[in-house]
Design a protein around this ligand. Structure first.
Ligand code: SF4
Length: 244
């Protein structure tokens, strides 16, 4: 399968000091990550991500959600829907100013309007505006193409790949990094790629599992693992005792 060839490539890259304790066996990390997942899913249940009616809506939502909360994104998406602008064709044609005003609730609306337009240009030029056609591209190549689009970084690209196109790609965000750091699984210096590789190397490349796992990190990050951690009652409190 095309996806696994990319998975194999990424899994084969050497990691640079991501892990705090290099003496632990590889299987330990697999156990950590599985244990975290088990504790989170047991506490919070399925998260039903990503809210969105179509892959295109999910992709636009992934850009809109940069530096803001989901409530604001929903307002922007609703504005686009009410104006019948939430399609590749409609958004491609819409004036920049009009788009910026519709997505205003999501914040940074002039910047995000340019980013959405850049994504639209890419989607139209490479895949005739079709998310379905885009989804047939080999995952690693598509990820690189997305990263070359103005305003699309690794988290946005991977969110599009996982949640809009159902590719088995792990999404790393600030919540994930914070939890991993606080449990001494990665160091402060760990990069996005290194953390992603940790999941790709130690878990099976399972789209549904990756979908749920990332959503659970967001949930625990919002409810407990805030800048000032609320460890009491956190589903991972137990993990701290076991592994630290
Ligand atoms: S809140 Fe505490 S127990 Fe929960 S994930 Fe953060 S550091 Fe771990």
């Amino acid at each position: 399968m095309v996806v696994s060839s990319w998975a194999e490539k990424t899994a084969g890259r050497r990691s640079r000091k991501v892990i705090i304790n290099p003496h632990k066996k590889k299987t330990d990390y697999s156990r950590y990550l599985k244990e975290i997942y088990k504790l989170l899913v047991r506490a919070f249940g399925p998260q039903h991500w990503w809210p969105g009616d179509t892959p295109f809506e999910v992709a636009v939502g992934a850009i809109l959600t940069q530096n803001t909360n989901w409530g604001n994104v929903e307002k922007a998406i609703n504005n686009l829907k009410k104006s019948r602008a939430l399609s590749a064709k409609a958004l491609y044609k819409i004036q920049d100013k009009r788009l910026a005003s519709l997505i205003r609730p999501a914040g940074y609306y002039n910047i995000k309007s340019k980013r959405i337009k850049a994504f639209l240009k890419f989607l139209t030029n490479h895949y005739r505006g079709s998310m379905k056609t885009m989804g047939t591209q080999e995952t690693g190549d598509l990820r690189q193409q997305l990263l070359d689009v103005h305003g699309i970084g690794p988290e946005t690209a991977d969110s599009i790949l996982l949640y809009a196109l159902e590719k088995p790609v792990f999404v790393i965000d600030a919540y994930t990094k914070r939890v991993l750091e606080r449990h001494n699984i990665v160091s402060k210096k760990a990069t996005y790629h290194e953390m992603q590789e940790l999941f790709h190397k130690n878990l099976s490349m399972d789209t549904q599992r990756f979908n749920e796992y990332h959503a659970l990190f967001v949930k625990v990050g919002k409810d407990h693992c805030r800048p000032k951690p609320k460890c009491e009652g956190c589903p991972l409190e137990q993990l701290k005792t076991i592994y630290n």
